[in-house]
Design a protein around this ligand. Structure first.
Ligand SMILES: C[S@@+](CC[C@H](N)C(=O)[O-])C[C@H]1O[C@@H](n2cnc3c(N)ncnc32)[C@H](O)[C@@H]1O
Length: 278
């Protein structure tokens, strides 16, 4: 987007300098925005994302299917009575955003958005927050769950005496094994009261083993590397939770609103599930 400025709030209004937005390296949030057909990306992101698409054209239906999973999961939980959501790894706003889905069910639902990418913050000001004080955004790194849990914006929005929906949708594959993703999920889980839910999706190489090495190379030059995981490795993140039906599945198979096309499902390298803390 060297040719265009972001449409969101000025970076310095949000507590960081505009120069912290690195336009020299591809950012996963902006690459994902490109896969979804968004315009909030820079040339460097488009080039990297296009290389991924060239090696793995299925990334486009997979990104869409992941987003649709997010929408169905949020709708399900809010229709079941959840009134507060922590959405970590928010991404650049794209319609419908988590709070828009939630507020179509009940306008009093509170949503705390967290992402570590300043570009997401610039857009969040205009497009994710300001819903009558029910939504907020702050910059936070999931690798430091305690800083997220202690953040004042989280404290203003989330009552830890009441059930929470914790969303880790398409974010943990940016966390390396040595950064202990399971420990991160456990730290967040332990802060949640019983009756809370985890919504988690994760990229896998299980369906695209041959094209993935080239994709890994592209992400190695990005600000976060891609760490795909197997079914069992993703399942392990749900330790301490009870999976809702149908369990951990490729995302189009999670409570679809119409029968999914089996040939299309084969192309989706994302697992997802929703689970309840007992
Ligand atoms: C693929 S996007 C997913 C967006 C949205 N959750 C969805 O599924 O549609 C991944 C997001 O995770 C964010 N992210 C990556 N590493 C992160 C970290 N360590 N802490 C917080 N957010 C992170 C990226 O900036 C990006 O916005």
């Amino acid at each position: 987007m060297s040719e265009r400025e972001p449409e969101g709030a000025a970076a310095d209004d949000l507590g960081f300098a505009a120069e912290t937005i690195d336009t020299s390296r591809p950012h996963p949030a902006r690459m994902y925005d490109y896969y979804l057909g968004g315009r909030d990306n820079y040339e460097v992101d488009r080039e990297a994302a296009q290389r991924v698409i060239d090696f793995l054209p299925d990334i486009i239906p997979a990104a869409r299917a992941n987003r649709d999973f997010l929408e169905r999961a949020v709708r399900h939980l809010t229709e079941s009575g959840i009134r507060q959501i922590i959405d970590i790894g928010t991404g650049i706003p794209t319609s419908p955003n988590t709070h828009e889905i939630a507020h179509s069910v009940s306008p009093d639902i509170r949503v705390a958005y967290v992402d570590n990418d300043p570009i997401v913050a610039t857009h969040a000001g205009a497009r994710l927050t300001g819903s009558g004080g029910n939504t907020g955004f702050f910059l936070g790194d999931v690798r430091k769950p305690e800083t997220i849990l202690e953040h004042p914006t989280l404290g203003e929005l989330i009552d830890f005496e009441q059930p929470v929906a914790l969303m880790l949708v398409a974010v943990l594959h940016f966390i390396k094994d040595e950064e202990d993703p399971a420990g991160i999920v456990a730290a967040l889980r332990d802060a949640l009261p019983a009756g809370s839910h985890l919504v988690l999706s994760h990229a896998t190489a299980d369906f695209h083993a041959s094209s993935l090495p080239e994709v890994f190379k592209v992400y190695r030059n990005a600000t976060a590397t891609l760490n795909t995981r197997t079914y069992d490795e993703v399942l392990a993140f749900f330790d301490g939770f009870e999976l809702l039906d149908p369990g951990l599945v490729q995302v189009p198979l999670w409570r679809p609103t119409a029968p999914p096309d089996p040939d299309a499902v084969k192309r989706i390298g994302f697992y997802g599930a929703v689970a309840r803390k007992a």
